[in-house]
Ligand binder design. Structure first.
Ligand code: MEV
Length: 307
């Protein structure tokens, strides 16, 4: 038997602009994970994938290449030059689905890692990330690659599309509350909507993306200096620009306001938006209070992560 897992993630700053070549910062959230277990089956049975949370079982021999669950297995087998594998993969996940926390990327990453270990194939992190990225493209259309990068490398990343990943020092621990609005965030749709906006008004959107890119640079410095007050203010400014881009939602704005009113240093949506999660940067001693207020304001689940 082989088992592997991958964490969830949140984008601290820079979502959407990152699709257009600006930098973004993302961190893993180890409290929630996808876990894949691979067990042998009798010879000739082929590969089966079981997603118990989703109530789905897929036999690879009958699956289409774009099947959301089978796609990563196809990628892996092609990469290691195998036609099929006699194995059963079971995947479970505690990462909210469609919440902007990279659940799809983490599920793929856990599957490819567990399959590699089962098949005795040694894959580097960059190979795993690339295979997961191929599947992200099927699901999300034009992803930047940030989700697969942060869940595979499992460390804070400063990410620029098509550039080698950069990591950085986190001088003071970041206490984050990740509050789920309970509304699914349709990444593909929202990314497509931003693209339409950019095509219709390129100057306006490029200016928004540039401003977000500048905030990300400043945020990296603030994290390296341990200046959490500045980091919080930068997150707030990023939220304003995301609102201007039209990717927030009233429920997300309510959660952001509730967190700020309860004393968060900064708060914003995280991920594609229109639903999904809000993140709040808090001082440790205020975490309980901010969490309570987020729940009061309608959060369906709040995850407390220290990065
Ligand atoms: C999704 O987690 C983040 C987006 O920037 C899309 C992407 O980077 O692929 C909205």
């Amino acid at each position: 038997m082989s088992q592997a897992s991958a964490p969830g993630k949140v984008i601290l700053l820079g979502e959407h602009a990152v699709v257009y070549g600006r930098p973004a910062i993302a961190v893993p959230v180890a409290q929630v994970r996808a876990t894949a277990t691979v067990e042998p089956v009798p010879p000739g049975s082929g590969l089966t994938l079981v997603a118990s949370d989703l109530d789905r079982t897929v036999h690879l021999a009958e699956a289409t290449p774009d099947d959301p669950l089978a796609a990563i297995a196809f990628q892996f087998l092609a990469h290691v030059d195998l036609d099929d594998l006699d194995a059963c993969v079971t995947v479970t996940s505690t990462i909210p689905i469609a919440g902007g926390m990279g659940s799809g990327a983490a599920v793929s990453a856990s599957i490819v890692r567990a399959l590699a270990s089962f098949a005795g194939a040694e894959l580097s992190l960059s190979e795993i990330s690339r295979l997961v990225f191929e599947v992200e493209k099927l699901h999300h259309g034009t992803p930047s690659g940030i989700d697969n990068t942060v869940v595979v490398y499992e460390r804070p990343v400063y990410f620029v599309r098509d550039k080698p990943i950069e990591t950085f020092a986190v001088r003071e621990p970041l206490h984050l509350l990740v509050a789920d609005s309970g509304i699914p965030s349709p990444t593909r749709k929202v990314v497509g909507m931003v693209r339409k906006g950019w095509q219709a008004e390129p100057v306006r959107y490029d200016f928004l993306f540039d401003q977000i890119g500048d905030l990300v640079e400043e945020a990296r410095n603030a994290i390296e200096d341990g200046d959490l007050y500045t980091l919080g203010a930068l997150m707030d400014q990023n939220q304003d620009l995301l609102q201007e881009m039209g990717v927030s939602a009233p429920q997300l704005d309510d959660l952001v306001e509730a967190a700020r009113a309860a004393g968060a240093l900064g708060a914003k949506l995280s991920g594609a938006g229109r639903g999904g999660n809000v993140i709040a940067l808090v001082e440790e001693e205020l975490a309980d209070e901010v969490e309570r207020e987020l729940q009061e304001a309608g959060a369906t689940r709040v995850i407390y992560a220290v990065v």
